[in-house]
Write a protein that binds this ligand. Structure first.
Ligand code: DGP
Length: 113
């Protein structure tokens, strides 16, 4: 999508600090980190949100979690642990409408709610 900030990050129009990429996914450091390690993992395919995903996107979204596992290991987070979050729409605070998986770690995270 031409006006999507994460599509522009994926195609290099907007700079980012990349930590991982493959044919389906791109991962980069969050500009407003909420933890010592805060990485966003996005599908190269533009999908607005989990509400907009279809059965055909199962593999694409599952792939984000497999990438997250590899990145968590690469970042040294696997043993102590980390959190994976996908915000959807207003009540969850979604601000960018291109599906992204937050990977948070590097400190004891508080309970969610
Ligand atoms: P969410 O609230 O779940 O939609 O998360 C959007 C995240 O995207 C938020 O943590 C900040 C991050 N973000 C927004 N714009 C940019 C950007 O231009 N570069 C980077 N690296 N992160 C961004």
């Amino acid at each position: 999508m031409s006006d999507c900030i994460f599509c522009k990050i994926i195609n290099g129009e907007i700079p980012s600090t990349s930590v991982y990429q493959d044919e389906q996914a791109y991962a980069f450091r969050d500009i407003q980190p909420a933890a010592p390690t805060h990485i966003l993992i996005v599908p190269r395919k533009h999908i607005d949100s989990i509400n907009a995903m279809t059965d055909n996107d199962e593999q694409t979204i599952g792939h984000l979690f497999n990438a997250a596992r590899q990145i968590a290991t690469q970042e040294g987070l696997a043993e102590n642990g980390y959190r994976l979050v996908i915000n959807t729409n207003a009540h969850a605070g979604q601000t960018v409408f291109h599906i992204h998986l937050h990977l948070l770690g590097g400190r004891q995270l508080t309970k969610m709610g």
